[in-house]
Every structure is written in structure tokens, then in C-alpha cells.
Design a protein. Structure first.
Length: 271
């Protein structure tokens, strides 16, 4: 199923400006890959005769595998800060967003080892990864590129890992219960020891549960701020589980780089 709505992806900042500069389409993976892959995505842009565009992303706790014609295919671990990418001219990137923890069986080691790093695809998949890169970048249509990536991953799909279910349950709890702000609260709700939860996230997700909790709240806050300037920030802070607006504002400013009100104004102005 194709989903061309970039607004459906939390984390793309300044979506009004983003829509003017590129299109993002998502494709669901084959059933065999659903324990590991969230979706495939295709980013297209045509900025010929226009200025380059710098896009900021408030990243998710996911590893990405990306293919572009102007660089070698790469695997990008979780980016704990803001991710910024510049696009210019005309181009396309085809990517895979893995589920939180979903890349661990392919990597064969702690996902934290690639946090804030980008690796050439050959470092994980060897020469077969380079051959895949050649096939994907030579593909005439996105569907052909995705089919090649999907076949590659299905052929290497690991055996089911019970720990992935634990990770999925933890992520689901974080995303559906905005009152969770502390790791101890999450551990108690999941009936799991705090240290085990932290080790599980370090090994499979690539970042600690505290980071994931905070990032999830910031995704929601940025999405709401993108909607305009007439916003009740005190109510949003309360809805997201913050004890007061000042704490929420400090978190938002530290994560996004500007205050909630200033970010909302920039979005409304199309900046």
C-alpha cells in the first residue's frame, strides 16, 4: 500500500516548507519482513532553478538503510540530535525504515554500536550489499528498486527473536501512554526490571528508554506546533505528562533548538 502523505510521518519539521520542496511516499513491506521493517520510503525532489533545501528531521528510534545515486548506500543508526539533510537539483533516495529493534538481527550486534553513525552498506552486508546498491540505483522505477531491496532482505530474514516482542511492547506503551515520563514507570508497567529494560534498549533499539520517551513526546509537541500559533502550551504540556509548562518548554527548546512559540511562528510563516 502506498502512502504519499508526508504529514503522516512525525518528525519532519516545518512540514509546510517540506511539502513545497519534496515528496515522500511510503510502501508497506512484505509479510515476511513485518517483524523487522516498518516501511520502505521514496524521497523525490526537483529543485532545478531553485535554491537548495535544508530539511531537519526529529528522528525516530529506527535504523535506516538508504540508496542514492550520488553516494554509496549506507546504514544510518539512530541520530540522537536533529538530522539535517540538504537536497538540490533533482534526485531520489530510496530507503528502508526498520522497526525499533528490527535491525538488531541483521546487524548481529548491539544497535548502540551504530548510534549517531552512518556506515557503508558493505560493512554489514559485505559485497552483496554493493551489488544490491548497484541494482537499486540502476532501477528505472521506485517499485523495481523496492522489489530488489525486499528480495535481498527476505533472503536474509533472521529467525524470530523473542526480544523483539519485548521491544515492540515497550515502544507501544511509550507511544500510547503520554503520562509515562520515567524509565521506572515504564519498567513497572511492563513488569520488567529497570536494568534489563535499559540493557534491552541499548542492545536492540540503540538508545535508552529515557531518550525514546522524551523523543516521542517531542514528536507530538512538534506536530502540534506545526499547526499554527494559537496554541495552549500549558494544556499541551499537561497532555504530554509534564508537571508544568516550564519543564516542557525547556525540553522542547533543548531538542528542537528554539522555543515552542518561536517554532510555531516559523511554521506559520512558512520558514
Amino acid at each position: 500500500m502506498t502512502d504519499p502523505d508526508i504529514d503522516g510521518t512525525r518528525g519532519i519539521l516545518h512540514t509546510r516548507t517540506a511539502r513545497e520542496n519534496f515528496t515522500l511516499v511510503r510502501e508497506a513491506p512484505a509479510e515476511a519482513l513485518t517483524p523487522f521493517v516498518d516501511y520502505f520510503w521514496i524521497l523525490d525532489w526537483d529543485l532545478r532553478g531553485r535554491d537548495p533545501h535544508r530539511q531537519q528531521i526529529l528522528t525516530h528510534p529506527s535504523v535506516h538503510l538508504t540508496f542514492a545515486t550520488d553516494r554509496q548506500a549506507r546504514i544510518t543508526g539512530i541520530v540522537t540530535g536533529l538530522f539535517t539533510e540538504q537536497i538540490e537539483g533533482v534526485g531520489r533516495v530510496v530507503g528502508v525504515r526498520f522497526r525499533p529493534g528490527g535491525f538488531r538481527p541483521f546487524l548481529g550486534g548491539p544497535v548502540s554500536s551504530i548510534t549517531d553513525r552512518a556506515l557503508p552498506v558493505t560493512e554489514v552486508f559485505g559485497l552483496a550489499g554493493r551489488d544490491l546498491d548497484d541494482r537499486v540505483t540502476a532501477a528505472a522505477e521506485p517499485a523495481e528498486a523496492i522489489a530488489a531491496i525486499e528480495d535481498f532482505l527476505v533472503a536474509r530474514a533472521p529467525e524470530p527473536d523473542p526480544a523483539l516482542a519485548e521491544v515492540a511492547a515497550a515502544i507501544e506503551r511509550i507511544t500510547t501512554d503520554p503520562t509515562i515520563l520515567r524509565v521506572g514507570e515504564l519498567a513497572a508497567l511492563l513488569d520488567i526490571g529497570t536494568r534489563r529494560l535499559q540493557r534491552l534498549f541499548n542492545d536492540y533499539v540503540g538508545a535508552g528508554p529515557k531518550w525514546v520517551i522524551r523523543r516521542c513526546r517531542m514528536h507530538e509537541a512538534a506536530h502540534l506546533a506545526d499547526g499554527g500559533t494559537d496554541i495552549d502550551w500549558a494544556a499541551i504540556a499537561a497532555d504530554l505528562g509534564y508537571a508544568d509548562q516550564a519543564h516542557f518548554t525547556r525540553d522542547f527548546t533543548a531538542t528542537i533548538g528554539t522555543s515552542p512559540a518561536q517554532y510555531a511562528k516559523c511554521c506559520a510563516d512558512g520558514r
